[in-house]
Design a protein around this ligand. Structure first.
Ligand code: AMP
Length: 395
């Protein structure tokens, strides 16, 4: 069921509580090292300001674990917001609930912003405590959810508040739901999914769900070696998810039964040890040397995967093709990133690692959608109900 967005409701004159994701990385001196999450919130914030709302922003930052630890204060975010929104009055509240905040919220005027202090200074936030949620909700007359990174968690600010206020999606969440929802339910075909990363365990749900949806499923990264094992290949000292070898075999059977083309690497870059400057070479899949470990997909595989990606109608990519943190073993991931950028179809990149690879390589503006939530986008691709989405009002 489609969810209401801020464009489906009137906001003029209303106090609007917006759950944003301002969980930004901070330097030791407290300055913000990457403000892209703040920038990403601006379309929703500006829309509300331009339409005469009184905007109350709330977020978590880091893991203060229910304690008031000032190294996790959102004060630096208030400063950055002032720079990004010149001329807009921004007040920083030194708490997120309580009398002082209630007074500031009541005094807020149309076109002004009140940024609340870190929600996770209260352990009640992550516990989805109804009293805490009620106090937060009491600050406003409308709730806007725009922190996709947290919608897979039922917290007071993502689910609890929606019991007390009309609840709608902001632009960021609206885009996540429409682009990813469309890719899963009504994709431009062929739908090609590329999954990588370390652990099969983490991706089982995604693979299972995508096998019902996609035309081609590409598996790379450390995960591929568990599939190799299931096929009886030598994998040397590569990453292995021993407990899931049987499951990998089952997934390959399912792919066959459903007519999904499942692709594994045909060659690999193998190294003598897990290190940046390890001795390494390329070998075909059936000539894997014992005592060596797979660190990246090989050139042939990279070209083969890239070819498949380029001709896709829709691409969903999650997880690196190798140990991309080491430049020598980042080439497979870079090749897939470049192929996504070249693809004329709809391209969706999820997961922190693939998203950062795309951004680092300068391809971000060539991708249809880079998901802002790692865990949440995985759960969405698994077909799970996201509590923070379910809590929003239906259209
Ligand atoms: P995940 O969180 O499961 O998406 O995994 C991401 C991590 O997988 C990255 O830190 C990569 O370094 C790692 N990775 C990818 N390929 C391999 C590989 N062949 N061997 C070991 N680690 C890998």
């Amino acid at each position: 069921m489609a969810k209401k967005t801020i464009q489906d409701v009137g906001v003029k004159g209303l106090r609007v509580l917006v759950r944003v994701d301002y969980n930004v990385p901070l330097e030791e001196d407290g300055s913000i090292s990457d403000d892209k999450r703040i920038v990403a919130s601006l379309p929703t914030v500006k829309y509300l300001l331009d339409n005469g709302a009184k905007v109350i922003l709330c977020s978590h930052l880091g893991r203060p674990k229910g304690e008031r630890r000032m190294e996790f204060s959102l004060a630096p975010v208030a400063k950055r917001l002032e720079e990004l929104l010149p001329g807009v009055k921004i007040t920083f509240a030194h708490d997120c609930i309580g009398e002082e905040v209630e007074k500031l919220a009541a005094e807020l005027k149309e076109g002004e912003i009140l940024l609340l202090e870190n929600l996770r200074f209260y352990k009640e936030e992550e516990k989805n405590d109804p009293e805490f949620a009620k106090k937060l909700a009491s600050l406003a007359e409308l709730y806007v959810s725009d922190a996709f990174g947290t919608v897979h968690r039922a917290h007071a600010s993502t689910v609890g508040v929606a019991a007390y206020l009309p609840a709608v999606a902001g632009f960021l969440i609206g885009k996540e739901l429409s682009v990813m929802g469309e890719a899963l339910e009504n994709p431009v075909r062929p739908l090609v999914a590329i999954l990588g990363g370390a652990k099969v365990k983490d991706k089982i749900g995604v693979i299972t769900n995508l096998l019902n949806k996609c035309d081609t499923l590409i598996i790379g990264g450390g995960m591929a070696y568990t599939f190799y094992k299931a096929k009886g290949y030598e994998i040397g000292t590569s990453l292995l998810d021993e407990a899931n070898v049987g499951l990998a075999a089952e997934l390959m059977e399912t792919a066959k039964a459903k007519g999904v083309k499942l692709m594994l690497p045909v060659d690999n870059v193998v190294a003598t040890e897990y290190s940046e400057d390890a001795e390494h070479k390329q070998v075909p899949a059936d000539q894997f040397p014992a005592d060596w470990m797979g660190m990246d997909i090989g050139d042939k595989t990279a070209a083969m995967f890239a070819e498949e990606v380029k001709k896709a109608g829709t691409v969903i990519w999650n997880g690196p093709m190798g140990v991309f943190e080491f430049p020598e073993f980042a080439k497979g991931t870079a090749a897939v990133a470049a192929a996504c950028a070249e693809c004329d179809g709809i391209t969706i990149v999820g997961g922190g690692d693939s998203a950062s690879a795309i951004t680092k390589l300068g391809f971000a503006d060539k991708i249809t959608h880079i998901s802002t939530g790692g865990g949440a986008s995985l759960e969405f691709l698994e077909g799970k109900t996201l509590p923070g989405v379910a809590a929003l009002n239906d259209k």
